[in-house]
Design a protein around this ligand. Structure first.
Ligand SMILES: *Cc1c(COP(=O)(O)O)cnc(C)c1O
Length: 226
């Protein structure tokens, strides 16, 4: 299945009232699907795998803003550092340092979101609140001149329990507000990336201003053919 313009129009209208940014998630989808979405005006696309992102970057229009939303391994940062628009899943100090190192090499400040662990899923990544406190208090970020921490990102538990999802999103919003205030002098925390196809409405209601939506826009992913 390819791009679904009717779904897009509906989502676009919803997002407008929240002034939220749509990141169209295109992992496993061919460049042709991305071009269709591009022709409807979408410029922000999200990918999870470094090689796939690189391949698509090379063949698609250069005014696309590429978001890396997957789990990024330190040894792969160098492949996306020259062109990535925003790295959503920054989840360790080691990774922050590597992004800084690669940014320095090419003299490019790289925008990142810190991933926060808010769910009950053991498989998810991110800093917990205590680790964020440490990160922000011990001056590490101010030494990383080629990393710009631009906001936070989080993923809710994969569950049918809507109350739990809402609770996790509102908790992330609380954490976001706390640091946005605390850091107002040094960092501008402006982006709160939360919400996917199944839960973006809850995310918006709880303060998200950036949603990452794939299957609603492009149909279900088929991992076996990619
Ligand atoms: C795949 C993915 C999405 C999009 O998921 P959908 O359910 O298809 O909207 C969003 N965020 C992350 C981190 C993802 O890996």
């Amino acid at each position: 299945m390819a791009f679904l313009p009717d779904k897009y129009q509906k989502i676009k209208q919803q997002l407008a009232s929240y002034q939220a940014t749509l990141v169209a998630v295109t992992k496993t989808k061919p460049p042709g699907d991305i071009l269709e979405a591009y022709d409807h005006g979408i410029r922000d696309f999200g990918e999870n795998y470094v090689q796939e992102l690189k391949d698509k970057y090379e063949v698609l229009p250069k005014d696309i803003r590429w978001h890396f939303i997957g789990h990024l391994q330190t040894n792969k940062v160098k492949y996306i550092a020259p062109f990535v628009h925003l790295i959503h899943g920054t989840d360790s100090e080691k990774l922050l340092k590597e992004i800084n190192k690669q940014g320095k090499k090419i003299n490019r400040v790289i925008d990142c979101l810190l991933q926060v662990y808010i769910s009950k899923d053991q498989t998810k990544f991110g800093f917990d609140e205590k680790e964020l406190d440490e990160l922000f208090s011990n001056n590490i970020l101010s030494q990383l001149n080629f990393v710009n921490v631009h906001g936070l990102m989080g993923m809710a538990t994969f569950t049918e329990d809507n109350a739990l999802i809402q609770k996790e999103f509102s908790n992330l919003k609380r954490i976001f507000d706390k640091y946005a205030q605390l850091l107002a002098g040094s960092h501008k925390l402006t982006a709160l990336s939360m919400g996917m196809s199944a839960d973006y409405q809850f995310a918006l209601e709880n303060g998200s201003n950036m949603v990452r939506i794939g299957s609603l826009l492009f149909g279900e992913r088929n991992y076996t053919t990619s």
